[in-house]
Design a protein around this ligand. Sequence first.
Ligand code: MN3
Length: 244
Amino acid sequence: MKALAAAIQSQSPISVVPLHVLPALPYSYTALEPCIDSRTMTLHHDEHHAGYVDKLNELLAPYPVLRKRTAHWLLENPQSIPQSIRTAALNNAGGHVNHCLFWQSMSAPGGVGLSGSLAGAVNDQFGSLEEFKKRFEAAGISHFATGWVWLVVDVDKHSNGKNGSVLRIVATAGHDNPLQQGLYPLLVNDVWEHAYYLKHENRRPAYLKNWWAVANWSNAMDRFSRSDNPAGAPSEDNFPMSQS
Ligand code: MN3
């Protein structure tokens, strides 16, 4: 706060105020138990996610123009990032964006089930919800090393009314995000070891299977309903990822 006060006093640009912020979890650290333990949630949010936010702010500090851009924008405009920081900025912007959606992709056990148009699309694409879950788990199990597994919608096909083939399961490495491939994410699970190792140790398949108890279908259905906008799906949610 001292630095901020000094900047205001000297009428310096607001560059001392970090743009990207760590949002609070939308539930308590214990809310996802017994599926995900509170110690894992605490470390994952307060240390891992916070670290990506801090590092992103630090990397962008010397670049006033880039500092004004959202993390989503950075992911979708990599060529605008100086080469010297590009890889690190994308990794940390992705870490920020992906974890924000991950927190929103979960809710306390016993939440609403899949229904409506997304249920129809899942049945069209995968045959049944159970078959979709199997394939999603398989994608997470077979993904080598660190990464994420996603249910995404092909926005172009969706907006053209081709409902039979709009959904896909994709896995991404590191902190890559499907937005970088023109795909809009609906639901994501984190398959980095830090997401499950304290409870499940090396048993990633058990983590993936248990995770359905906390999958937030309500959020996925809401995102699906917004993803057929011909102008393109909104790339940033109403989640406080950055200073307004
Ligand atoms: Mn993580």
